[in-house]
Write a protein that binds this ligand. Structure first.
Ligand code: BES
Ligand code: MN
Ligand code: ZN
Length: 483
Protein backbone atom coordinates (compact mmCIF):
# COMPACT_ATOMS: atom_id res chain seq x y z
CA UNK A 1 0.00 0.00 0.00
CA UNK A 2 1.22 3.48 -0.85
CA UNK A 3 1.68 5.94 1.96
CA UNK A 4 0.48 9.53 1.99
CA UNK A 5 3.06 12.22 1.62
CA UNK A 6 3.52 14.36 4.70
CA UNK A 7 3.12 18.08 3.99
CA UNK A 8 4.70 20.69 6.21
CA UNK A 9 3.13 24.09 6.87
CA UNK A 10 4.25 26.87 9.11
CA UNK A 11 0.84 28.06 10.21
CA UNK A 12 -1.07 28.46 13.46
CA UNK A 13 -2.99 25.32 14.55
CA UNK A 14 -6.29 27.21 14.56
CA UNK A 15 -5.81 28.61 11.06
CA UNK A 16 -5.36 25.43 9.05
CA UNK A 17 -8.37 24.00 7.21
CA UNK A 18 -8.71 20.21 7.54
CA UNK A 19 -11.11 17.43 8.57
CA UNK A 20 -9.40 17.07 11.92
CA UNK A 21 -6.51 18.57 13.82
CA UNK A 22 -4.66 16.06 16.00
CA UNK A 23 -3.61 17.72 19.23
CA UNK A 24 -1.26 15.73 21.47
CA UNK A 25 -1.90 16.64 25.12
CA UNK A 26 0.14 15.58 28.14
CA UNK A 27 -1.41 14.62 31.45
CA UNK A 28 0.20 17.51 33.26
CA UNK A 29 -0.58 21.11 32.38
CA UNK A 30 -2.41 20.08 29.19
CA UNK A 31 -4.88 22.93 28.88
CA UNK A 32 -2.22 25.63 29.14
CA UNK A 33 -0.19 23.99 26.38
CA UNK A 34 -3.02 24.14 23.88
CA UNK A 35 -4.21 27.64 24.61
CA UNK A 36 -3.81 28.70 20.96
CA UNK A 37 -6.65 26.36 20.10
CA UNK A 38 -8.45 26.42 23.43
CA UNK A 39 -8.95 30.19 23.46
CA UNK A 40 -10.74 30.56 20.11
CA UNK A 41 -12.83 27.52 21.07
CA UNK A 42 -14.03 29.45 24.09
CA UNK A 43 -12.23 27.24 26.60
CA UNK A 44 -13.77 23.97 25.30
CA UNK A 45 -10.54 22.02 25.85
CA UNK A 46 -10.06 23.42 29.36
CA UNK A 47 -13.58 22.42 30.21
CA UNK A 48 -13.34 18.78 29.03
CA UNK A 49 -10.13 18.57 31.04
CA UNK A 50 -11.68 20.25 34.10
CA UNK A 51 -14.68 17.92 33.97
CA UNK A 52 -12.39 14.88 33.80
CA UNK A 53 -13.78 13.76 30.42
CA UNK A 54 -10.25 13.96 29.13
CA UNK A 55 -7.26 13.57 31.41
CA UNK A 56 -4.35 13.20 28.98
CA UNK A 57 -3.56 9.62 29.98
CA UNK A 58 -1.43 7.91 27.37
CA UNK A 59 -3.41 7.04 24.21
CA UNK A 60 -6.68 8.48 25.59
CA UNK A 61 -8.79 10.15 22.89
CA UNK A 62 -11.44 12.88 22.87
CA UNK A 63 -13.04 14.25 19.70
CA UNK A 64 -14.39 17.79 19.67
CA UNK A 65 -16.37 19.61 16.97
CA UNK A 66 -15.22 23.15 16.42
CA UNK A 67 -18.46 24.69 15.08
CA UNK A 68 -16.68 27.14 12.75
CA UNK A 69 -14.80 28.79 15.59
CA UNK A 70 -11.47 27.70 14.10
CA UNK A 71 -10.47 26.37 10.67
CA UNK A 72 -10.09 22.64 11.51
CA UNK A 73 -13.56 21.06 11.51
CA UNK A 74 -12.67 18.86 14.45
CA UNK A 75 -9.98 18.56 17.07
CA UNK A 76 -8.86 15.18 18.33
CA UNK A 77 -7.15 15.33 21.70
CA UNK A 78 -4.72 12.46 22.14
CA UNK A 79 -3.19 11.77 25.52
CA UNK A 80 0.57 11.56 25.95
CA UNK A 81 0.65 10.66 29.65
CA UNK A 82 3.01 12.32 32.14
CA UNK A 83 5.63 14.45 30.41
CA UNK A 84 8.50 12.99 32.39
CA UNK A 85 7.53 9.49 31.23
CA UNK A 86 7.28 10.38 27.58
CA UNK A 87 9.33 8.18 25.24
CA UNK A 88 9.74 7.94 21.50
CA UNK A 89 7.54 4.90 21.42
CA UNK A 90 4.82 6.55 23.48
CA UNK A 91 4.78 9.32 20.86
CA UNK A 92 4.71 6.76 18.07
CA UNK A 93 1.83 4.95 19.74
CA UNK A 94 -0.14 8.12 20.32
CA UNK A 95 0.27 9.06 16.65
CA UNK A 96 -0.88 5.60 15.62
CA UNK A 97 -3.84 5.63 17.99
CA UNK A 98 -4.99 9.05 16.78
CA UNK A 99 -4.80 8.11 13.11
CA UNK A 100 -6.55 4.74 13.50
CA UNK A 101 -9.32 6.52 15.43
CA UNK A 102 -9.81 9.07 12.66
CA UNK A 103 -9.53 6.57 9.80
CA UNK A 104 -12.35 4.63 11.45
CA UNK A 105 -14.44 7.77 11.19
CA UNK A 106 -13.49 8.05 7.48
CA UNK A 107 -11.53 11.27 7.95
CA UNK A 108 -9.25 11.97 4.97
CA UNK A 109 -7.42 15.20 5.55
CA UNK A 110 -5.59 15.53 8.86
CA UNK A 111 -3.22 17.98 10.45
CA UNK A 112 -0.86 17.34 13.34
CA UNK A 113 -0.09 20.01 15.89
CA UNK A 114 3.52 20.09 17.06
CA UNK A 115 3.06 22.53 19.93
CA UNK A 116 3.76 19.79 22.47
CA UNK A 117 5.74 17.12 20.61
CA UNK A 118 8.49 19.45 19.48
CA UNK A 119 9.40 20.37 23.04
CA UNK A 120 13.02 19.77 24.12
CA UNK A 121 14.04 16.13 24.06
CA UNK A 122 11.22 15.09 21.75
CA UNK A 123 10.58 15.27 18.08
CA UNK A 124 7.31 15.28 16.23
CA UNK A 125 8.87 12.73 13.88
CA UNK A 126 8.18 9.78 16.15
CA UNK A 127 4.58 10.90 16.39
CA UNK A 128 4.32 11.22 12.60
CA UNK A 129 5.97 7.84 12.16
CA UNK A 130 3.22 6.33 14.30
CA UNK A 131 0.58 8.14 12.22
CA UNK A 132 1.97 6.74 8.97
CA UNK A 133 2.50 3.23 10.29
CA UNK A 134 -1.13 3.10 11.42
CA UNK A 135 -2.41 4.17 8.00
CA UNK A 136 -2.34 0.64 6.60
CA UNK A 137 -4.81 -2.02 5.57
CA UNK A 138 -4.59 -5.10 3.37
CA UNK A 139 -7.68 -4.91 1.19
CA UNK A 140 -6.52 -6.45 -2.07
CA UNK A 141 -9.04 -9.29 -1.99
CA UNK A 142 -12.02 -7.31 -0.63
CA UNK A 143 -14.65 -6.35 -3.16
CA UNK A 144 -15.52 -3.34 -1.11
CA UNK A 145 -12.45 -1.68 0.20
CA UNK A 146 -13.13 -0.74 3.81
CA UNK A 147 -9.78 0.83 4.47
CA UNK A 148 -9.38 3.79 2.16
CA UNK A 149 -6.73 5.40 4.31
CA UNK A 150 -5.67 9.00 4.47
CA UNK A 151 -5.51 11.38 1.54
CA UNK A 152 -3.49 14.10 3.17
CA UNK A 153 -1.60 14.74 6.39
CA UNK A 154 0.07 18.01 7.27
CA UNK A 155 2.57 18.66 10.01
CA UNK A 156 2.10 22.16 11.40
CA UNK A 157 5.57 23.39 12.21
CA UNK A 158 8.10 26.07 11.39
CA UNK A 159 11.01 23.66 11.79
CA UNK A 160 12.80 22.40 8.70
CA UNK A 161 12.21 18.68 9.00
CA UNK A 162 12.28 17.77 5.33
CA UNK A 163 15.26 15.46 5.37
CA UNK A 164 14.14 13.55 8.45
CA UNK A 165 10.62 13.37 7.11
CA UNK A 166 11.87 11.83 3.91
CA UNK A 167 13.67 9.16 5.92
CA UNK A 168 10.54 8.47 7.96
CA UNK A 169 8.34 8.22 4.86
CA UNK A 170 10.78 5.91 3.11
CA UNK A 171 11.13 3.65 6.13
CA UNK A 172 7.38 3.44 6.65
CA UNK A 173 6.72 2.70 3.02
CA UNK A 174 9.29 -0.12 3.22
CA UNK A 175 7.46 -1.49 6.28
CA UNK A 176 4.24 -1.35 4.30
CA UNK A 177 5.82 -3.26 1.44
CA UNK A 178 6.95 -5.97 3.86
CA UNK A 179 3.46 -6.12 5.39
CA UNK A 180 1.86 -6.41 1.94
CA UNK A 181 4.12 -9.30 0.96
CA UNK A 182 3.46 -11.16 4.21
CA UNK A 183 -0.30 -10.56 4.21
CA UNK A 184 -0.56 -11.85 0.64
CA UNK A 185 -1.77 -15.45 0.57
CA UNK A 186 0.73 -18.15 -0.33
CA UNK A 187 -1.02 -19.00 -3.60
CA UNK A 188 -0.07 -15.51 -4.72
CA UNK A 189 3.19 -14.97 -2.83
CA UNK A 190 5.18 -17.88 -4.24
CA UNK A 191 8.97 -17.97 -4.60
CA UNK A 192 8.53 -16.77 -8.21
CA UNK A 193 6.44 -13.86 -6.97
CA UNK A 194 9.25 -12.89 -4.58
CA UNK A 195 11.61 -12.93 -7.55
CA UNK A 196 9.34 -10.48 -9.36
CA UNK A 197 9.31 -8.18 -6.34
CA UNK A 198 13.10 -8.35 -6.07
CA UNK A 199 13.43 -7.50 -9.77
CA UNK A 200 11.11 -4.53 -9.37
CA UNK A 201 13.49 -2.83 -6.92
CA UNK A 202 15.39 -0.01 -8.53
CA UNK A 203 19.18 0.33 -8.37
CA UNK A 204 19.57 -3.24 -7.19
CA UNK A 205 20.78 -6.20 -9.20
CA UNK A 206 19.17 -9.59 -8.83
CA UNK A 207 20.46 -13.09 -9.43
CA UNK A 208 18.20 -16.12 -9.10
CA UNK A 209 19.42 -19.64 -8.51
CA UNK A 210 16.81 -22.25 -9.47
CA UNK A 211 16.32 -25.81 -8.27
CA UNK A 212 18.75 -27.46 -10.71
CA UNK A 213 21.52 -24.97 -10.15
CA UNK A 214 21.10 -25.02 -6.38
CA UNK A 215 21.48 -28.79 -6.53
CA UNK A 216 24.57 -28.46 -8.67
CA UNK A 217 26.08 -25.90 -6.29
CA UNK A 218 25.59 -28.36 -3.45
CA UNK A 219 22.89 -26.56 -1.47
CA UNK A 220 21.50 -29.87 -0.32
CA UNK A 221 19.92 -28.46 2.84
CA UNK A 222 17.99 -25.76 1.00
CA UNK A 223 16.98 -28.05 -1.85
CA UNK A 224 15.66 -30.64 0.63
CA UNK A 225 13.04 -28.13 1.81
CA UNK A 226 11.66 -27.52 -1.67
CA UNK A 227 11.39 -31.17 -2.71
CA UNK A 228 7.80 -31.77 -1.64
CA UNK A 229 6.30 -28.92 -3.64
CA UNK A 230 5.65 -28.37 -7.34
CA UNK A 231 6.24 -24.68 -6.80
CA UNK A 232 9.72 -23.94 -8.18
CA UNK A 233 12.09 -22.71 -5.46
CA UNK A 234 14.14 -19.56 -6.01
CA UNK A 235 17.34 -18.72 -4.17
CA UNK A 236 17.35 -14.95 -4.64
CA UNK A 237 20.47 -12.81 -4.33
CA UNK A 238 20.02 -9.02 -4.47
CA UNK A 239 22.88 -6.56 -4.48
CA UNK A 240 22.66 -2.90 -3.63
CA UNK A 241 25.99 -1.12 -3.72
CA UNK A 242 25.72 2.39 -2.31
CA UNK A 243 29.36 2.34 -1.23
CA UNK A 244 32.52 0.55 -2.22
CA UNK A 245 33.07 -1.43 0.99
CA UNK A 246 32.71 -4.95 2.28
CA UNK A 247 29.02 -5.79 2.17
CA UNK A 248 26.62 -6.55 4.97
CA UNK A 249 24.70 -9.69 4.10
CA UNK A 250 21.03 -9.81 5.02
CA UNK A 251 19.56 -13.29 4.94
CA UNK A 252 15.75 -13.52 5.18
CA UNK A 253 13.92 -16.81 5.71
CA UNK A 254 11.52 -17.04 2.80
CA UNK A 255 9.37 -20.13 3.21
CA UNK A 256 6.28 -18.97 1.32
CA UNK A 257 4.19 -21.62 3.06
CA UNK A 258 5.24 -23.93 5.86
CA UNK A 259 2.94 -26.94 6.18
CA UNK A 260 5.66 -28.73 8.13
CA UNK A 261 6.21 -31.14 5.24
CA UNK A 262 5.98 -34.85 6.14
CA UNK A 263 6.27 -33.76 9.79
CA UNK A 264 2.92 -32.10 9.09
CA UNK A 265 1.70 -29.31 11.34
CA UNK A 266 -1.75 -29.48 12.97
CA UNK A 267 -4.35 -27.91 10.66
CA UNK A 268 -5.57 -25.44 13.27
CA UNK A 269 -3.85 -22.14 12.60
CA UNK A 270 -1.90 -23.53 9.66
CA UNK A 271 -3.25 -20.75 7.42
CA UNK A 272 -0.94 -18.36 9.23
CA UNK A 273 2.12 -20.19 7.95
CA UNK A 274 2.02 -17.90 4.92
CA UNK A 275 3.95 -15.54 7.17
CA UNK A 276 6.97 -17.82 7.17
CA UNK A 277 8.56 -15.54 4.57
CA UNK A 278 8.42 -12.46 6.82
CA UNK A 279 12.23 -12.42 7.09
CA UNK A 280 12.59 -12.28 3.31
CA UNK A 281 9.88 -9.62 3.08
CA UNK A 282 11.81 -7.48 5.58
CA UNK A 283 14.99 -7.83 3.54
CA UNK A 284 13.18 -6.70 0.38
CA UNK A 285 11.76 -3.70 2.25
CA UNK A 286 15.19 -2.77 3.60
CA UNK A 287 16.84 -2.90 0.18
CA UNK A 288 14.03 -0.85 -1.34
CA UNK A 289 14.46 1.85 1.31
CA UNK A 290 18.26 1.79 1.18
CA UNK A 291 18.27 2.30 -2.57
CA UNK A 292 15.57 4.97 -2.49
CA UNK A 293 17.53 6.88 0.15
CA UNK A 294 20.82 6.19 -1.67
CA UNK A 295 22.22 5.00 1.64
CA UNK A 296 26.03 4.69 1.61
CA UNK A 297 26.01 0.97 2.37
CA UNK A 298 26.78 -2.18 0.44
CA UNK A 299 24.09 -4.81 0.94
CA UNK A 300 23.67 -8.37 -0.24
CA UNK A 301 20.14 -9.60 0.37
CA UNK A 302 19.67 -13.36 0.25
CA UNK A 303 16.24 -14.99 0.16
CA UNK A 304 16.28 -18.79 0.05
CA UNK A 305 12.66 -19.03 -1.09
CA UNK A 306 10.76 -22.31 -1.16
CA UNK A 307 7.46 -23.87 -0.20
CA UNK A 308 7.48 -26.63 2.43
CA UNK A 309 4.87 -29.22 1.39
CA UNK A 310 4.48 -32.97 1.93
CA UNK A 311 4.41 -34.04 -1.74
CA UNK A 312 5.40 -37.43 -3.13
CA UNK A 313 9.02 -36.47 -3.45
CA UNK A 314 9.24 -34.60 -0.15
CA UNK A 315 12.14 -35.03 2.24
CA UNK A 316 11.40 -37.49 5.03
CA UNK A 317 12.40 -37.65 8.68
CA UNK A 318 15.65 -39.56 8.85
CA UNK A 319 16.91 -38.37 5.46
CA UNK A 320 20.48 -37.16 5.38
CA UNK A 321 21.44 -34.22 3.17
CA UNK A 322 24.65 -32.38 2.48
CA UNK A 323 24.79 -28.62 3.02
CA UNK A 324 26.79 -26.19 0.91
CA UNK A 325 29.97 -26.35 2.98
CA UNK A 326 29.92 -30.16 2.92
CA UNK A 327 28.45 -30.80 6.38
CA UNK A 328 25.92 -33.63 6.49
CA UNK A 329 22.62 -33.05 8.24
CA UNK A 330 20.16 -35.65 9.46
CA UNK A 331 16.64 -34.29 9.02
CA UNK A 332 14.81 -35.32 12.18
CA UNK A 333 11.83 -33.06 11.49
CA UNK A 334 10.91 -31.73 8.08
CA UNK A 335 9.15 -28.95 10.01
CA UNK A 336 12.53 -27.56 11.09
CA UNK A 337 12.97 -26.48 7.47
CA UNK A 338 13.88 -22.85 8.15
CA UNK A 339 17.31 -23.61 9.55
CA UNK A 340 18.04 -25.86 6.55
CA UNK A 341 17.27 -23.11 4.05
CA UNK A 342 18.91 -20.38 6.13
CA UNK A 343 22.04 -22.48 6.80
CA UNK A 344 22.81 -22.74 3.08
CA UNK A 345 22.01 -19.04 2.64
CA UNK A 346 24.40 -18.05 5.44
CA UNK A 347 27.09 -20.22 3.96
CA UNK A 348 26.49 -18.76 0.51
CA UNK A 349 26.69 -15.24 1.99
CA UNK A 350 30.28 -15.90 3.06
CA UNK A 351 31.31 -15.94 -0.62
CA UNK A 352 30.88 -12.16 -0.62
CA UNK A 353 33.33 -11.78 2.28
CA UNK A 354 30.80 -9.72 4.22
CA UNK A 355 31.74 -7.63 7.24
CA UNK A 356 28.65 -9.07 8.92
CA UNK A 357 25.81 -11.47 8.26
CA UNK A 358 22.41 -10.69 9.75
CA UNK A 359 19.74 -13.33 9.35
CA UNK A 360 16.12 -12.65 10.11
CA UNK A 361 13.76 -15.59 10.31
CA UNK A 362 10.45 -16.85 11.68
CA UNK A 363 12.45 -19.80 12.93
CA UNK A 364 10.87 -21.31 16.03
CA UNK A 365 7.55 -21.50 17.84
CA UNK A 366 9.68 -21.52 20.98
CA UNK A 367 10.60 -17.90 20.30
CA UNK A 368 7.06 -16.75 21.01
CA UNK A 369 6.81 -19.13 23.96
CA UNK A 370 9.84 -17.37 25.46
CA UNK A 371 9.17 -13.71 24.62
CA UNK A 372 5.55 -13.53 23.50
CA UNK A 373 4.91 -10.92 20.86
CA UNK A 374 6.93 -8.16 22.50
CA UNK A 375 10.45 -8.84 21.31
CA UNK A 376 12.42 -10.85 18.80
CA UNK A 377 15.13 -13.15 20.07
CA UNK A 378 18.68 -12.19 19.17
CA UNK A 379 21.65 -14.54 19.19
CA UNK A 380 25.03 -14.26 17.56
CA UNK A 381 28.79 -14.58 17.75
CA UNK A 382 29.82 -10.92 18.05
CA UNK A 383 28.99 -8.98 21.22
CA UNK A 384 29.97 -5.57 19.83
CA UNK A 385 27.70 -6.02 16.84
CA UNK A 386 24.85 -7.13 19.07
CA UNK A 387 25.31 -4.02 21.22
CA UNK A 388 24.74 -1.94 18.10
CA UNK A 389 21.63 -3.91 17.34
CA UNK A 390 20.34 -3.28 20.87
CA UNK A 391 20.81 0.44 20.37
CA UNK A 392 18.89 0.38 17.09
CA UNK A 393 16.22 -1.63 18.84
CA UNK A 394 15.77 0.93 21.61
CA UNK A 395 15.31 3.70 19.10
CA UNK A 396 12.79 1.91 16.93
CA UNK A 397 11.03 -0.15 19.60
CA UNK A 398 11.36 -3.15 17.34
CA UNK A 399 12.74 -4.87 20.39
CA UNK A 400 15.46 -7.47 20.48
CA UNK A 401 16.29 -9.62 23.48
CA UNK A 402 19.54 -11.50 23.58
CA UNK A 403 19.61 -15.23 24.24
CA UNK A 404 22.73 -17.34 24.70
CA UNK A 405 24.47 -19.84 22.48
CA UNK A 406 26.23 -21.95 25.11
CA UNK A 407 28.83 -24.50 23.98
CA UNK A 408 26.69 -27.22 25.48
CA UNK A 409 23.94 -26.65 22.92
CA UNK A 410 26.20 -28.30 20.36
CA UNK A 411 25.42 -31.60 22.06
CA UNK A 412 21.73 -30.99 21.42
CA UNK A 413 22.23 -31.20 17.68
CA UNK A 414 24.63 -34.17 17.58
CA UNK A 415 23.44 -36.87 15.21
CA UNK A 416 24.31 -40.58 15.45
CA UNK A 417 24.85 -40.91 11.72
CA UNK A 418 25.58 -37.41 10.36
CA UNK A 419 27.60 -34.31 11.30
CA UNK A 420 24.55 -32.76 12.86
CA UNK A 421 20.78 -33.08 13.08
CA UNK A 422 18.20 -30.39 12.47
CA UNK A 423 16.24 -30.65 15.74
CA UNK A 424 16.70 -31.77 19.28
CA UNK A 425 13.13 -31.85 20.53
CA UNK A 426 11.35 -29.14 22.47
CA UNK A 427 13.82 -28.33 25.20
CA UNK A 428 15.88 -25.28 24.26
CA UNK A 429 14.68 -25.26 20.68
CA UNK A 430 15.02 -21.46 20.37
CA UNK A 431 18.70 -21.54 21.26
CA UNK A 432 19.61 -24.85 19.65
CA UNK A 433 18.28 -23.56 16.32
CA UNK A 434 20.66 -20.61 16.63
CA UNK A 435 23.46 -22.98 17.62
CA UNK A 436 22.72 -24.93 14.43
CA UNK A 437 23.03 -21.74 12.34
CA UNK A 438 26.21 -20.66 14.13
CA UNK A 439 27.96 -23.69 12.63
CA UNK A 440 27.43 -22.16 9.20
CA UNK A 441 28.33 -18.57 10.12
CA UNK A 442 31.72 -19.76 11.37
CA UNK A 443 34.00 -16.84 12.21
CA UNK A 444 32.10 -14.22 10.23
CA UNK A 445 30.44 -11.71 12.59
CA UNK A 446 26.84 -12.84 12.60
CA UNK A 447 23.51 -12.05 14.24
CA UNK A 448 20.41 -14.20 14.14
CA UNK A 449 17.02 -12.58 14.76
CA UNK A 450 14.11 -14.93 15.42
CA UNK A 451 10.91 -13.05 14.55
CA UNK A 452 8.43 -15.94 14.89
CA UNK A 453 6.64 -14.15 17.75
CA UNK A 454 6.68 -10.64 16.31
CA UNK A 455 6.09 -10.90 12.57
CA UNK A 456 2.34 -11.32 12.99
CA UNK A 457 -0.21 -9.82 15.36
CA UNK A 458 -3.67 -11.21 16.02
CA UNK A 459 -4.87 -7.95 17.54
CA UNK A 460 -4.65 -4.32 16.49
CA UNK A 461 -1.82 -2.46 18.17
CA UNK A 462 -1.56 1.35 18.35
CA UNK A 463 0.45 1.64 15.14
CA UNK A 464 0.29 -1.92 13.86
CA UNK A 465 -3.03 -3.12 12.49
CA UNK A 466 -3.88 -6.83 12.81
CA UNK A 467 -1.87 -9.12 10.51
CA UNK A 468 1.68 -8.74 9.25
CA UNK A 469 3.73 -6.28 11.30
CA UNK A 470 6.60 -5.56 8.88
CA UNK A 471 8.99 -6.24 11.75
CA UNK A 472 12.70 -5.90 11.12
CA UNK A 473 12.51 -3.16 8.50
CA UNK A 474 12.70 -0.23 10.90
CA UNK A 475 15.17 -1.99 13.18
CA UNK A 476 17.64 -2.96 10.49
CA UNK A 477 17.44 0.30 8.57
CA UNK A 478 18.27 2.11 11.79
CA UNK A 479 21.07 -0.38 12.46
CA UNK A 480 22.52 0.14 8.97
CA UNK A 481 22.24 3.90 9.31
CA UNK A 482 24.43 3.75 12.42
CA UNK A 483 27.10 1.53 10.86
N1 BES B 1 7.98 -21.61 10.75
C1 BES B 1 8.07 -22.41 11.90
C2 BES B 1 8.19 -21.58 13.18
C3 BES B 1 6.98 -20.77 13.54
C4 BES B 1 6.03 -21.29 14.38
C5 BES B 1 6.84 -19.50 13.08
C6 BES B 1 4.94 -20.55 14.73
C7 BES B 1 5.76 -18.75 13.43
C8 BES B 1 4.80 -19.27 14.27
C9 BES B 1 9.28 -23.32 11.83
O1 BES B 1 9.61 -23.75 10.57
C10 BES B 1 8.97 -24.53 12.64
O2 BES B 1 8.07 -25.23 12.27
N2 BES B 1 9.69 -24.73 13.74
C11 BES B 1 9.44 -25.83 14.59
C12 BES B 1 10.76 -26.47 14.88
C13 BES B 1 10.63 -27.76 15.61
C14 BES B 1 10.13 -28.82 14.66
C15 BES B 1 11.97 -28.12 16.18
C16 BES B 1 8.81 -25.30 15.87
O3 BES B 1 9.26 -24.30 16.38
O4 BES B 1 7.83 -25.89 16.30
MN1 MN C 1 8.48 -25.46 10.02
ZN1 ZN D 1 9.02 -22.53 9.06
Amino acid sequence: MLIVKVHVQNINDAAFTCDALILPVPEDNGAALCKDVDKPLGGLISSVIASGEFTGKHNETCLLHTADKIKPERVLLIGLGKRKNLTRDKLRQAGGKAVSYLINLKMKDLAVSTSVTSSPGHSPLSFIEGCLLADYGYMKYKKEENHKGLEKITLLTGEDLNEQLRWTETVVSASHLARDLVNAPSNEMTPSALVRVARSLKKASVKVIGRKEAEKLGMGAYVAVAKGSNEPPAFIVITYKGKNTKPVALVGKSITFDSGGISLKPSEGMEKMKYDMAGGAAVLGIIKAASEMKMPVHLIGILPAAENLPGGSASKPGDVVKALGGKSIEIISTDAEGRLAVADAIDYAKRFRPSAIIDIATLTGACSIALGHEAMAMMGNDEALMEKMKKASEETSERVWQMPIFEEYKDYIKSDIADMKNTSGRSGSLVSSACFLSEFAGDTPWIHLDIAGTAWTDKDRPYIPKGATGIGVRLLLNFLKQL
